[in-house]
Design a binder for this molecule. Structure first.
Ligand code: SF4
Length: 189
């Protein structure tokens, strides 16, 4: 099959790409208007492109339109599960449309390598998005390869971000780090 692989970042691409490319013709789609700010979007993209160029892998960068993302999650900003579902749906919808227009059969996503993402939400959003555009959603679960993805990306010196992508996840991750720091300090006291 010809598979359009949605990639959220370089570290998450490594293992899913290898797994899928052993069985399919794979092209990568970088479709992430959720990432805030733009400098972070570009940093993740450039880390991904450095690796794909070294491997001769084709990448299509889709439109970066953060205002469209804001519209997709409007009213859901503070409810993480629903916000993430809307975010998956927008990104996988972009990739499904692009896959259909490019003559591809199927869509998959690197999101399922991350233990921090919601695999059920990704599956539901992927199936819904792909049905709308007449392509197949390949349901994957690469979480057992997360350790190897981490090891490889560190070995490559690849940029590894410390929050999911949107401004809300940045604030949530900062708050969690501060809570852990406070807990460690109170244990030491
Ligand atoms: S936390 Fe991640 S998946 Fe959820 S809305 Fe933000 S960027 Fe999207």
């Amino acid at each position: 099959m010809k598979v359009m692989l949605h990639a959220c970042c370089g570290p998450c691409l490594l293992e899913p790409f290898d797994a899928l490319a052993s069985e399919h013709e794979v092209r990568v789609a970088y479709a992430n208007p959720n990432i805030h700010p733009r400098s972070e979007y570009e940093r993740r993209r450039d880390a991904l492109l450095e690796w794909t160029r070294s491997q001769g892998v084709e990448v299509d960068e889709l439109a970066y339109e953060p205002r469209e993302w804001d519209g997709a999650v409007a009213g859901l900003e503070q409810t993480t599960g629903e916000r993430c579902y809307a975010c998956y749906l927008l990104r996988l919808g972009m990739v499904a449309k692009h896959a259909a227009e490019s003559g591809f059969d199927a869509v998959a996503t690197t999101l399922t390598v991350s233990p921090w993402q919601d695999p059920d939400g990704i599956r539901e959003a992927g199936v819904e998005a792909c049905a709308e555009h007449g392509v197949v959603f390949l349901v994957t679960d690469f979480r057992d390869r997360y350790g190897e993805a981490t090891r490889r990306s560190r070995e490559l010196g690849m940029y590894r971000q410390n929050y999911c992508g949107c401004r809300y996840s940045d604030a949530e991750a900062t708050e969690q780090r501060e809570q852990r720091r406070a807990q460690r300090a109170s244990r030491r006291a």
